[in-house]
Design a protein around this ligand. Structure first.
Ligand SMILES: NC(=O)C1=CN([C@@H]2O[C@H](COP(=O)(O)OP(=O)(O)OC[C@H]3O[C@@H](n4cnc5c(N)ncnc54)[C@H](O)[C@@H]3O)[C@@H](O)[C@H]2O)C=CC1
Ligand SMILES: CC(=O)C(=O)O
Length: 371
């Protein structure tokens, strides 16, 4: 199979979909790997490492997209990339279609086969291709939040861990999945007073055991979320309904009652955000203020630490890519029901319930298009 690896062009996105190690394994298995010039450079993988691995360096994005049977990316295509869509192209990447109806339309019109990392499931029913980036973003959310709490950045001027004689900051984490757990781990480690809110009581039980009493857990309802956000210096949003637009757990009314100079990092913004006042921002222009509360809502946070993120992401994505290359996308999808859950668009049909329900569209189950 011919695998294409374009350079990411989303704002400050420096990750790459395949490393030289991945390229080497694909070439050894008899596949052709086309890599756009400098696709991996910012992740620490210069062109010559891909060439040494047997990949071909191709000058322009258009050449990669036009010649590849499967294009492997990191982020959802941005508008400039829509022109490269064509019938039968397999696109393996994050798609986050629920809040992006225009991208959904273009993929459907061009009959692209789109397998979204964020909805692929494994046998344990987890989201194996989302997890590594949620680990990165969850950990980053606290360091970013701590930085925005500094006066210079518009925050309340609070040190997350406090000092002897002065209390630490209150951190409220909404959602106790991968993002939330990693955020809590770092916030607790920095000495903050951390409260974590989730609807899943079993998850709260697990976290209570894991953190040995250093984390305060709270059942998610609007009363508890309202109270916890009012008391918080830093709120981190990490709620997910896989594939769907995130529910607005923190309302505008709650934000308006938060302390002035408090900070919200809505990590769930790639699925529309779990804070009503959140809107997508970029690494170039990451924050804005609503009702005196600083909002940071960057949709590709791990892109800021591309070396770590590319390695973590491709550790997880590569085995799936190898199966797609060896079997062809259709057979790979048929052979693995969890990979088929990643199928969001198939030759003009929408194939993910969460995306369809978020956009009020019809959908068909992957199994029915694959058989
Ligand atoms: N902005 C960025 O750069 C990045 C964003 N993300 C996003 O972060 C979000 C969270 O991802 P994960 O932690 O991996 O998901 P996850 O599935 O591991 O965790 C989601 C948690 O939300 C909880 N939840 C659902 N409804 C809730 C409610 N009403 N109230 C409180 N909690 C509720 C679930 O019980 C679950 O524990 C996703 O949208 C993901 O795409 C992930 C990585 C990078
Ligand atoms: C998950 C995601 O959207 C990201 O890593 O950018």
């Amino acid at each position: 199979m011919i695998i294409g690896v374009p350079k990411e062009i989303k704002d400050h996105e420096a990750r790459v979909g395949v490393t030289p190690a991945g390229a080497k394994a694909l070439v050894e298995a008899g596949h052709v790997v086309l890599v756009e010039t400098h696709a991996g450079t910012q992740s620490g993988f210069p062109d010559h490492e891909y060439q040494d691995a047997g990949a071909e360096i191709v000058g322009e994005a258009g050449n990669v997209w036009a010649n590849a049977e499967t294009v492997v990316k990191v982020k959802e295509p941005v508008e400039k990339e829509y022109v490269f869509f064509r019938e039968g192209l397999v696109l393996f990447t994050y798609l986050h279609l629920a809040p992006l109806p225009e991208l959904t339309n273009r993929l459907l019109e061009k009959k692209v086969i789109g397998i979204a990392y964020e909805t692929v499931r494994d046998r344990a029913n987890t989201l194996p291709l989302l997890t590594p980036m949620s680990e990165v973003a969850g950990r980053m959310s606290v360091q970013v939040g701590a930085s925005y709490l500094e006066k210079e950045k518009g925050g309340r001027g609070i040190l997350l861990g406090g000092v002897p004689g002065v209390p630490p900051a209150n951190v409220c984490v909404i959602g106790g999945g991968i993002v939330g757990t990693n955020a809590a781990k770092i916030a607790v480690g920095m000495g903050a007073h951390v409260t974590l809110v989730d609807v899943n009581l079993n998850r709260l039980r697990e976290l209570d055991d894991l953190f040995l009493g250093r984390l305060h857990t709270l059942a998610s309802n609007s009363y508890n979320v309202g109270r916890a956000t009012r008391e918080a210096d830093l709120v981190i949003g990490g709620v997910l309904i896989p594939g769907a637009t995130a529910p607005k757990i923190v309302t505008h009314a709650m934000v308006s009652k938060m302390k002035k100079g408090a900070v919200i990092v809505d990590v769930a913004i790639d699925q529309g955000g779990c804070v009503e006042t959140a809107r997508p921002t970029s690494h170039s222009d990451p924050s804005y203020v609503v009702d005196g509360v600083v909002h940071y809502c960057v949709t590709n946070m791990p892109g800021a630490v591309p070396h770590t993120s590319t390695l973590a992401l491709t550790n997880a994505t590569f085995p799936y890519l190898m199966r797609i290359a060896n079997l062809g996308a259709t057979e790979a999808l048929k052979a693995d029901a969890g990979l088929a859950e990643g199928l969001n668009v198939w030759k003009g049909q929408l194939t993910h319930r969460g995306v369809a329900e978020s956009q009020g569209r019809e959908w068909v189950a992957p199994a029915s298009v694959l058989n």
